[in-house]
Design a protein around this ligand. Structure first.
Ligand code: F6R
Length: 240
């Protein structure tokens, strides 16, 4: 196992280091392919990438992106909370990416279809991940198989509670399901980076760093089977 842990002094340092991974690949590869996460963790990294695109002109014109997940059956009044919208607002609208090259899973793309789409586009150069307080990766909740492909996932109550902040703190409005990339597809990325901040993530990070093998109770431990994982965390998320 080769998980590299980098403890940063603050979220800005995390974002600077995380963004550098994207920039290096874009400069090196002709048609980079990225797996992208939503949620709070990558927002500052995306800000850095927007700034780099605008100021240094690192171009996303040939980049293809596949997002990790998307809610199923969002209530009409919350369509703005879709992950497609999140990505538009926090990254795609502000860089020179062609939105035709940005993909999201959906109910029509399960049973291997989204996964085949990804492999038809070539090698995944980099995946950026957050992590749930319960150790979920994308919406692969505890109990998910390491062989999983893109599937419909039923969200843990702890996940719905954590995400209720995006739904006016109304738990009843948080969707019960999402379509998520499976663990086996995420593990195909050549390089994986994971961002975690705050004490709520500490237990999940502890399980990830101490795992010797995959433990389905903590889906994040699938990363111990990967050759190139770097986790960027703050002191609060670090095991003491
Ligand atoms: C989102 C995703 C989720 C989040 C996780 C952490 O695309 O895949 O696994 O990364 O729930 O969310 P934040 O970053 O909001 O704490």
């Amino acid at each position: 196992m080769s998980i590299k842990k980098i403890v940063c002094k603050d979220t800005q340092e995390i974002a600077n280091l995380a963004a550098q991974n994207f920039i290096e690949i874009i400069k090196k590869r002709q048609n980079p392919l990225f797996i992208l996460a939503t949620g709070s963790s990558p927002i500052l990294t995306y800000k850095n990438l927007i700034n780099d695109n605008n100021v240094n002109k690192t171009s996303w014109r040939n980049v293809r992106t596949f997002n990790l997940d998307e809610y199923v059956d969002l209530k009409e009044k919350y369509v703005s909370e879709s992950y497609r919208n999140f990505m538009n607002i926090n990254l795609f609208n502000h860089i020179d990416i062609d939105k035709k090259n940005t993909f999201f899973p959906s109910k029509n793309l399960i049973d291997g279809k989204y996964d085949d789409m990804i492999s038809d586009h070539g090698v995944i150069d980099l995946a950026i991940l957050g992590i749930g307080n319960n150790g979920h990766i994308a919406f692969n909740e505890p109990g998910t198989s390491i062989d999983s492909k893109t599937h419909i996932a039923y969200l843990d109550e702890s996940t719905r509670l954590a995400n209720s902040r995006f739904f006016n703190n109304k738990l009843e409005d948080v969707p019960h399901a999402a379509v998520t990339m499976g663990l086996s597809t995420i593990l195909k990325a050549k390089k994986i980076i994971l961002i975690a901040t705050g004490t709520a993530k500490k237990n999940a990070i502890l399980h990830l760093c101490q795992a010797k093998e995959f433990d389905p109770k903590w889906p994040c431990t699938c990363l111990v089977n990967h050759q190139d994982v770097t986790i960027y965390i703050d002191r609060d998320a670090d095991l003491k």
